[in-house]
Design a protein around this ligand. Structure first.
Ligand code: SMO
Length: 774
């Protein structure tokens, strides 16, 4: 019997729960003996010209080995602007930090200008961590302060420019023309307004961390990253070819998109190791993490939605403004995904979407769990509720009236997304049934009629998202079966908490019968896996898992040839019993060979398959979330009572892993709806740079989630699977958001922007009450 689909306990956990993980800060590799500590001197103002840097006093401090600035980086290659041309405002910027060159380029260390508080200006190398903190304080940087651009409106005003050579703060424009208003002609109900998708922190448990050693012309870097191979490519910026660089990702304490590749500080650490010849280790503090790790979301949406009184939506417009923060990294890509996913699960005959990206004097924005798709879902799901309220219809009924139907797949939306498969209405019905929606509405009515101070709200979100959007890049897998009957999987995918080792071993066991406890999974070391793509975009199972599956099939083919030779039988007559992992001749179960025996007969006692799996299309997981909240109308405090979801990412490989992804995703999505927001003051000073100020959600604020599952396979890969890593975040934010508004809508509240803190909810209630008293 295949173990696929069964509740296999994560094989990763015994080590993590007993000995503990080995993160960059824990490494005791011989190459790192005597490593110096790196401490960054960071900009203390949001926008300024650097008029001088004096490191003399810092250099006299105990334990100081070096204080290095951009001026010391004379041994860097003169980087060509990407593609030989600087990106103009109509082209997407290059991904990742671009050292030197290019009008919008992000230097490794600030050169003559700083653009956000926390931007690295100098690196201090010391024998110990605390010596570094003290010495960094004494590096004196003279600033000529410039007006800070801290809002999207300020960026458009253009009174202060972050990149004066460009003449604008608008770095990218894209999408389609949205000026034709005739798409709303003939709509009985039209609603228009702004929706803010606020800036949030990515907040992995382990912040950014890198250790680097350079000797004999070879650089070894241990980096907390979602993809060692991409990191290696980025580290070539210090002037080494890829084959002179080894990148190792040890245990990684979460990434959430912010650890795709590596950041500029990590490149500087690698450069410092090469420049000084000393091994260097850098582990950021939480304060640095909250100031200078890339952050997520930060979009302003202007929307318009129109349709019939009976609930049919006929037209939708989404205008996205992306705040890129101080440097345009992935900021052209994120709102493009938001545009692509604009109409969500609905068959809307006319859709318009466009985007602009602006720079501000704030931390750079990049991918965060969902990366552009949560923003699309959050807004269309609010818009549908706006439309339902204006038409006087129940939000569930409006959703049902507009879903793309199962017989319409494959379905290309008016935003251009090629949806593979979906059962949107079934997911909604499942949730409504399990929650007993009708009774919940009755209870809501009862509380309203009784004038209860604890009002109930129900929020629906039916979502679809795009995963493995870059399936063409695919993923690699190498499977080796050894002559002792064990097997090794080398994957280009990258585990940082998801359970890759369990999942990939399950796939190999189910194909070969080699038991999981005889399978080792190796990832995240470019010496062992030189070619790989890594983990993001919920791609790991569908691409990395499919690659392991493909390699397993090739290994079986090779094994069958060897077994046939040993049996002196025709290859076609040789069969594998995948339950026991033994080879037989068809019809003769008594004669058998083990994998060890078959491998022993192969060249070098090893059976190997080395593959890359690519997908020609992305997949589109979907589902419905229903959030039930209680709002205290006297204080504005929101309590999550229930969160019921039906999520469908195709066949479930292991419910334990899938539920883990959904739990974390729902928590992060609810956190955006209720409490989390990165804030700056008018001068661009961060106000949320500690965990006392940044209101991260905890288990104490969350109910036990009620998880329903359905399995609609995709034809895009042999496992039929889609991604589940980000779906929880995408579905939960609008469900919780809609629930809170639903609770107070009877008071006249139409919308409150996230996060729905007690203060904001209370203010909205008070204003609505004042307005109705007039
Ligand atoms: S933040 Mo994601 O890896 O698209």
């Amino acid at each position: 019997m295949s173990i696929l689909g069964t509740r296999v306990i994560r094989t990763e956990d015994p080590r993590l729960l007993t000995a503990g993980g080995v993160y960059v800060d824990d490494l005791r590799e011989p190459e790192l003996a005597g490593a110096v500590r790196a401490t960054f001197v960071r900009a203390t103002v949001a926008h300024a010209l650097i008029t001088g840097i004096d490191k003399s006093e810092a250099l006299t401090q105990p334990g100081v080995v070096a204080v290095l600035t951009a001026a010391d980086m004379t041994d860097l290659p003169a980087a060509e602007p990407p593609g030989g041309e600087v990106p103009g405002p109509d082209e997407p910027p290059a991904e990742g930090p671009v050292p030197l060159g290019g009008k919008w380029a992000e230097p490794l260390l600030a050169v003559d200008r700083v653009r956000f508080v926390g931007e690295p200006v100098a690196i201090v190398l010391t024998d110990s961590t605390y010596q570094g903190e003290d010495a960094a304080e004494l590096v004196s940087v003279d600033y000529e302060v410039l007006p800070a651009v801290t809002t999207i409106a300020g960026a458009f005003a253009g009174e202060s420019l972050l990149f004066p050579d460009t003449g604008t703060n608008v770095c990218v424009r894209g999408g389609r023309d949205i000026s034709d208003d005739s798409i709303f002609d003939g709509c009985d109900v039209v609603v228009e307004g702004d929706i803010v998708n606020q800036r949030v922190a990515c907040l992995p448990m382990e912040g950014r961390a890198t250790a680097a050693a350079f000797s004999d012309g070879k650089l070894t870097v241990w980096a907390s990253t979602q993809n060692a191979q991409l990191a290696r490519l980025i580290f070539t910026a210090i002037g080494l070819p890829p084959d002179a660089i080894r990148v190792v990702a040890p245990d990684v304490g979460g990434g959430f998109g912010a650890k795709i590749g590596v950041d500029r500080e990590q490149i500087v650490v690698a450069w410092a190791a090469k420049h000084t010849g000393r091994p260097v280790r850098w582990v950021e503090t939480r304060n640095e993490n909250l100031m200078a790790m890339t952050q997520g979301r930060a979009q302003l949406h202007h929307i318009k939605i129109g349709g019939d009184r009976d609930g049919k939506i006929k037209a939708y417009r989404l205008d996205v403004i992306q705040d890129a923060g101080a440097f345009p990294r992935m900021s052209g890509f994120l709102p493009m995904l938001t545009n692509l996913m604009a109409p969500g699960v609905y068959d809307i005959p006319a859709v318009q979407a466009d985007y602009k990206v602006v720079v501000t004097n704030t931390a750079p924005i990049a991918a965060y769990r969902g990366a552009g798709r949560p923003e699309a879902a959050a807004t269309i799901e609010r818009a549908v509720d706006w439309f339902a309220a204006a038409a006087g219809l129940d939000p569930a009924e409006v959703r049902k009236a507009n879903f793309i139907q199962p017989d319409q797949f494959p379905f290309v939306t008016k935003a251009g997304a090629p949806y593979d498969t979906g059962e949107y209405e079934a997911a909604l019905e499942k949730v409504l049934g399990a929650a007993d929606y009708t009774s919940l509405r009755d209870e809501q009515r009862r509380r309203r009629e009784a004038g209860d101070t604890r009002q109930m709200g129900l929020g629906l979100a039916s979502y679809v998202e795009i995963t493995a959007a870059d399936g063409g890049a695919g993923e690699t897998a190498k499977v080796e079966v050894h002559d002792d009957g064990t097997a090794t999987v080398y994957t280009g995918s990258s585990a940082h908490g998801q359970g890759h080792h369990t999942a990939f071993a399950m796939i190999l066991q189910s194909e070969t019968g080699i038991p999981m406890d005889k399978i080792e999974v190796i990832h995240g070391d470019t010496d062992l896996v030189p070619d790989g793509v890594g983990t993001y975009a919920s791609r790991s199972l569908q691409l990395g898992g499919s690659a392991v599956h493909k390699a397993a099939i090739e290994v079986k083919e090779e094994a069958a040839r060897n077994a046939a030779a040993l049996f002196e039988a025709a290859e076609a007559d040789v069969v594998l019993d995948a339950d026991t992992g033994t080879w037989h001749i068809a019809g003769d179960p008594d004669k058998s060979l083990t994998w060890a025996q078959v491998a022993e007969h192969a060249d070098g006692g090893l059976i190997v398959a080395n593959v890359r799996f690519t997908a020609d299309r992305p997949t589109f997981p979907f589902g419905t979330h229903l959030s039930v909240v209680e709002v205290d109308t006297e204080t504005g405090k929101v309590t999550l009572l229930r969160h019921i979801t039906a999520d469908d990412a195709g066949p479930v490989l292991n419910p334990v892993l899938m539920e883990g992804q959904r739990h974390g995703g729902i928590a992060q999505g609810a956190a955006q709806a209720l409490c989390e927001e990165v804030l700056y003051d008018v001068d661009g000073n961060p106000l949320t740079s500690t965990l006392a100020d940044y209101a991260a959600i905890t288990a104490a604020e969350l109910p036990s989630f009620e998880l329903l599952t359905s399995e609609t396979p995709t034809p895009v890969n042999p496992l039929g699977v889609k991604g589940i890593g980000e779906a929880g975040t995408i579905g939960s934010t609008p469900a919780v958001h809609n629930a809170v508004i639903d609770a107070v809508s009877y008071l006249g509240v139409r919308h409150i922007d996230m996060p729905l803190t007690p203060e904001r909810v209370w203010t909205a209630i008070s204003e609505a009450q004042k307005a109705s008293a007039k």
